[in-house]
Design a protein around this ligand. Structure first.
Ligand SMILES: [Zn+2]
Length: 334
């Protein structure tokens, strides 16, 4: 009997988290579902499908995974494991059919059966594998919010793919005959639903908002799971975003640049008064503290980059004054 590398089967590293294992498994289980394949490909898919399920049965269960990892540490490539016929092809794919294996024909390899077979059979008999109720799955989603929405809060409609416990197997992944066909052994079926969520004010990019009960459906009397909404900032609104700071261009006229001025300027927090010092240059940046995006403590800053332009309609009187300015400049040798 040959050692089976369950991590390799699921294409995950040995350090993979529970969540990464689940995601990898669901993706593979759907790809290799035997009902999606025909002819000789069907038999190959069936074998692969069983192996994927077996790997998940071990790696998704903390107790089984620890036992398997301990075994792996002592394993040397090419070693025989336990008693039993060695197969010439290297890894064993000799699966037990219904009735042949104590665990009830769930389609496991002899490698699995020799390590976990008894545990698995016992858990089925005790009914431990089929709780009457459990909490629905937590799900992750991401939402892009405009600058104004981050600061003031908003209400959003989200379309979510929500896992529900598979009705055919009660979310247990196995039914009488073996791996549940209805859910490809994943234990869940995905439904799409639209939910309205209230986004509170002052959320910062990178924050995660927990919305209770908006995750996967609970089983039995179990509560529904939660939705974890990761917040990011969406482009637009005329603001350039640098971390929690915002920047925009501010156009002023030559007289304001030369003499200074007091201006009302718009910010996403409402308009504020900005004092221009005399002698401003184009491209200069003016900072308004704490009028940027929310951050963990308080707010970032807002910057205005100065652009100096001429007024749109110049009157004859204004032109006259500019001519005077030119004269003065020439007389001063500039
Ligand atoms: Zn099912």
């Amino acid at each position: 009997m040959k050692y089976i590398d369950y991590y390799e089967v699921l294409k995950v590293p040995k350090t993979a988290t529970e969540k990464e294992i689940k995601q990898a498994y669901r993706k593979l289980a759907r790809e290799h579902h035997p009902d999606l394949h025909q002819g000789s490909a069907k038999a190959a898919a069936e074998e692969k499908f069983k192996l994927i399920n077996e790997a998940y049965e071990v790696l998704s269960d903390a107790g089984k995974r620890a036992k398997y990892d301990r075994l792996g540490a002592n394993w040397k490539a090419g070693d025989e494991f336990g008693a039993g016929p060695a197969d010439a092809g290297g890894r064993t794919y000799a699966y037990y059919g219904p009735g042949e294996f104590d665990a009830g024909g769930f389609g496991f390899s002899d490698f699995f059966a020799s390590i976990f077979g008894e545990d698995f059979a016992r858990s089925r008999q005790n009914g431990r594998g089929r709780p009457a109720a459990y909490k629905g799955e937590d799900i992750d989603a991401e939402i892009g919010l405009a600058v104004d929405e981050l600061i003031h809060g908003t209400e959003k409609e989200l379309r979510l793919s929500v896992p529900s416990p598979c009705a055919a197997c009660g979310g247990q992944r196995f039914s009488q005959g073996g791996i549940c066909r209805a859910c490809a052994g994943t234990g869940v079926t995905e439904d799409t639903k639209t939910v309205k969520v209230k986004i509170p004010a002052r959320l910062y990019p990178g924050a995660s908002l927990r919305l209770k009960g908006l995750g996967g459906k609970g089983y039995g009397n179990g509560p529904d799971g939660d939705l974890y909404l990761r917040i990011r900032v969406a482009a637009g609104g005329g603001w350039q975003v640098n971390g929690s700071d915002l920047e925009a261009e501010l156009t002023v006229y030559p007289d304001q640049a030369v003499l200074g001025d007091k201006l009302q300027v718009p910010t996403p927090h409402g308009s504020v008064q900005l004092k221009l010092q005399p002698g401003m240059h184009a491209g200069q940046r003016l900072r308004i503290r704490e009028k940027g995006l929310p951050k963990e403590n308080g707010f970032g800053d807002l910057y205005f980059r100065l652009r100096i332009d001429i007024p749109p309609d110049r009157t004859e009187a204004e032109k006259g004054l500019y001519e005077k300015l030119r004269e003065l400049r020439h007389n001063n040798g500039k």
